[in-house]
Design a protein around this ligand. Structure first.
Ligand SMILES: N[C@@H](CCC(=O)N[C@@H](CS)C(=O)NCC(=O)O)C(=O)O
Length: 236
């Protein structure tokens, strides 16, 4: 069998594929980035990680934009996508659904279970990600020096509200979908972990009021694939 030819994809000029038959991952271990690496680790699909260096603005390089015009990680290039043709994909939620369907793992097969998993995935993409991300900006990054605390407080209140939604849901469940661990968990829990870890916003949002969320985050980070994925691609 001959090796896949990815030369039509400009991104492979900046990040050459050493293993062109494997899924190419372009990412950074941020809360959005690790969703893809954790999923690849969980499914066991063969892949090759490439670090996108924000400090060099790699995400706005023409080679990166050729795959994701929205200049954000994560992005993948699967040499053997649908119909055996290469598939380039960005947006972590789309990547999770794609890899679940490709591997036949972590997305329930029954129609209702599938839609409910996608529902919680969308809840993360449209709610938790953007809101926690803004809270990070106003609490940890440049926005922390702003005198007017109303923008920060707005994102604190909204993040706390979202944690409350998770808390009530998880009070009677092991994972977002009950007994079954799914891509909804892979989307949500890196963000909660990051909020109280790297962002240091636990006290601000009253994290101690959410014991069920805490329990599930602990179970999540204890999974070997999660522990590995949280560090991929390796920063240099
Ligand atoms: N909705 C996107 C968001 C991705 C995103 O915000 N990525 C951030 C890192 S967590 C990024 O690439 N930032 C670089 C930039 O904005 O220049 C997804 O889920 O894939």
């Amino acid at each position: 069998m001959s090796l896949a030819d990815l030369s039509a994809f400009a991104i492979t000029r900046k990040w050459p594929a050493q293993f062109p038959d494997r899924i190419q991952l372009y990412s950074v271990p941020t809360p959005n980035g690790v969703k893809a690496s954790i999923m690849l680790e969980e499914t066991g699909l063969p892949y090759e990680p490439h670090l996108v260096r924000f400090e060099n603005n790699d995400q706005t390089a023409p080679e990166f934009l050729s795959l994701n015009p929205n200049n954000k990680i994560p992005a993948i290039l699967d040499p053997t996508g649908p119909d055996g043709k290469p598939l380039a994909l960005f947006e972590s939620g789309a990547i999770l659904i794609y890899l679940a369907e490709k591997s036949g793992k972590l997305l329930p097969r029954d129609a209702a279970g599938r839609y409910h998993t996608i529902q919680w995935l969308m809840f993360q993409m449209g709610g938790i990600g953007p809101m926690f991300g803004q809270l990070g900006f106003f609490h940890k990054f440049a926005g922390k020096d702003y005198e007017d605390k109303r923008p920060r407080d707005r994102y604190v209140a909204e993040s706390r509200r979202l944690l409350g939604v998770l808390e009530r849901h998880l009070a009677t469940r092991a994972w977002m979908m009950g007994e079954t661990y799914t891509i909804a968990d892979i989307a949500i829990f890196p963000w909660v972990n990051n909020l109280v870890g790297f962002y240091g916003a636990g006290d601000l949002v009253g994290y101690s009021d959410f014991p069920h969320v805490q329990r599930v985050v602990q179970a999540f980070i204890a999974r070997p694939a999660v522990a590995a994925g949280l560090k991929i691609p390796k920063r240099d």
